[in-house]
Design a protein. Structure first.
Length: 227
């Protein structure tokens, strides 16, 4: 296992901010309005780690209605309003990001499958933006978003690091698949034990249950590598 990490690439939703229940709650409500009733758990399982626009075929199949740009715009507006009201930072994320910044001498980035406006709004709202200014990458701006590796390859290239020397922090199978495909080592934030096997199956090499545990895990890995 590659242990000499020169850069750390963070996912955003579910890793730095506890946004996924909020976003998927809005999505579930809007899908129900279109005639597709899902539980919160079902909606999370189907859509976490994926761009809603990329699930057009599935949504249209289930709702029997076209997924229009107007509907996507309304979804983003309602999502953003809910996030502004309810978003919280993931516990331990401030310490993890600060430690990563120090250990790598600033070679960190946020590589998200979400649209840039959402990522930057969220990082600003929870006071994480100063660590990531100028190093934010959106899957919406790539040829392909997660589970394709494009956003992680772009982040590694910007930091002038080979992906093999990058550590990716993820929380979803789609994101883990993207990090592995990029050639990085992927560790998965997994506060729910029931999700552990799916994350391991996707290729995560390490699971941890609290973001605040990351600094000690990094130091242990660096010591093991003789760094």
């Amino acid at each position: 296992m590659q242990l000499k990490f020169e850069a750390v690439l963070f996912d955003c939703d579910g890793v730095l901010v506890d946004s996924e229940p909020i976003t998927n709650g809005v999505l579930r409500d809007m899908l129900q309005e279109q005639g597709w009733a899902l539980s919160q758990e079902e909606c999370m399982r189907m859509f976490v780690g994926k761009a809603v626009k990329d699930e057009r075929a599935l949504i249209e199949l289930q709702t029997k209605k076209p997924l229009t740009e107007a509907w996507l715009h309304e979804f983003r507006e309602r999502r953003n309003q809910a996030l502004r009201l309810h978003l919280q930072v993931v516990p331990g994320a401030h310490a993890a990001v600060a430690a990563a910044f120090d250990i790598t001498q600033g070679r960190i980035a946020c590589a998200s499958g979400a649209d840039r406006f959402k990522v930057e709004m969220q990082l600003t709202q929870v006071d994480l933006m100063p660590h990531f200014e100028g190093r934010i990458f959106s899957g919406h701006e790539m040829a392909r978003t997660k589970p394709a590796p494009d956003v992680y390859l772009a982040a590694a290239a910007h930091l002038a690091q080979r992906p093999a020397y990058c550590l990716v922090i993820e929380d979803s199978p789609a994101g883990i698949t993207a990090g592995v495909a990029a050639g990085a080592t992927v560790w998965a934030y997994c506060p729910e034990p029931a999700l552990a096997q799916a994350l391991l199956d996707a290729g995560a090499q390490q699971l941890f249950a609290h973001m605040g545990a990351l600094p000690d895990l990094w130091r242990a890995s660096r010591n093991a590598a003789g760094v």
